[in-house]
Ligand binder design. Structure first.
Ligand SMILES: NC(=O)c1ccc[n+]([C@@H]2O[C@H](COP(=O)([O-])OP(=O)(O)OC[C@H]3O[C@@H](n4cnc5c(N)ncnc54)[C@H](OP(=O)(O)O)[C@@H]3O)[C@@H](O)[C@H]2O)c1
Length: 264
């Protein structure tokens, strides 16, 4: 497959106000890609847009949007029309703790942001990409997508959804010129861990080692260039993600509880 034509094309990056999304924006701008930046934090998006426009000759549009809000997502879709060549569905957040104790509204909205908005955006941009015979979608899942995640039950399920959905759409778009990549990072040093809202998460075996966001995004874009379907940055992460294949599901679920349970 030919190299993706980054220069003078347009990427929409969700969750661009922080972490991996901001890094996607920077690395895509360095390749000459115009950007549409989406998240709720308008000030942070504008600051990033100004930083990028100072250093790269690209156009950066900012569309502050709450992706848990159906009407706001519809407004975003109206704003972008069919000008998106590359969609990076990166926005997302998690929670941590026993499911029965977690805030129900926050759990519900997690599904809206991590899954429903991702589906709406993908559905909105794909037809024009297919008509042009070129385009790409990068969906950010996680290594937690490969097994149930005790103490992150909803978050793990949303990421399993992202992985399953993306792999299926990739099969449907094969040979069309549209590539679909699922990026499955392990723990990364971003706002994510603090956003879990529970200090105990940082003391679990899983979250004790964090990757750098710029490295994870570079691995993701390299995999996208090679038109790979799924990429797990880091050998240890790949090992942990693939281990469940060889064990009964009940065992992998139990293991996730060992790795993610709160320290006593
Ligand atoms: N860091 C990790 O350990 C890790 C590991 C695997 C996968 N991931 C995934 O990587 C992706 C990026 O997360 P990150 O690590 O970069 O964390 P982060 O620094 O907390 O960034 C999360 C981004 O999502 C946006 N977001 C959250 N809720 C939103 C909403 N309702 N509407 C619009 N945007 C929203 C945030 O923007 P606003 O707050 O401004 O809205 C922010 O830009 C997520 O999908 C996450 O699940 C992270």
């Amino acid at each position: 497959m030919a190299l993706f034509p980054y220069a003078d094309h347009t990427a929409l990056v969700t969750g661009a106000s922080s972490g991996l999304g901001a890094e996607f924006a920077r690395q895509l701008a360095a390749r000459g890609t115009n950007l549409i930046l989406v998240a709720r934090s308008a000030d942070r998006l504008r600051a990033l847009a100004a930083e990028i426009e100072r250093t790269h000759s690209v156009r950066v549009d900012v569309v502050p949007t709450d992706l848990a809000d159906y009407d706001a997502v519809q407004h975003l879709l109206g704003e972008i029309g069919d000008r998106v060549d590359l969609l990076v569905n990166n926005a997302g957040y998690g929670s941590y703790g026993r499911f029965a104790t977690l805030d129900p509204g926050r759990e519900y909205n997690q599904i809206l942001v991590n899954n429903a908005a991702l589906v709406s955006l993908t559905r909105a941009v794909l037809p024009a990409m297919l008509a042009r015979g070129t385009g790409g979608v990068v969906n950010v899942a996680s290594t937690i997508a490969f097994q149930p995640g005790a103490y992150q039950a909803v978050y793990a399920a949303t990421k399993a959804f992202v992985l399953s959905f993306s792999e299926a759409v990739r099969v449907e778009t094969r040979g069309t010129g549209v590539r679909v990549l699922t990026l499955c990072p392990g723990p990364v040093d971003t706002g994510f861990l603090a956003g879990l809202g529970d200090d105990r998460a940082a003391r679990t075996a899983i979250y004790s080692r964090l990757d750098r966001a710029d490295r994870v995004v570079a691995v993701g874009l390299r995999a996208f260039d090679r038109d790979r379907g799924t990429v797990i940055p880091g050998f240890r992460n790949a090992l942990l993600a693939n281990a469940p294949r060889f064990a009964p599901r009940a065992v992998t679920a139990w293991m996730s509880g060992r790795l993610l349970r709160p320290a006593s």
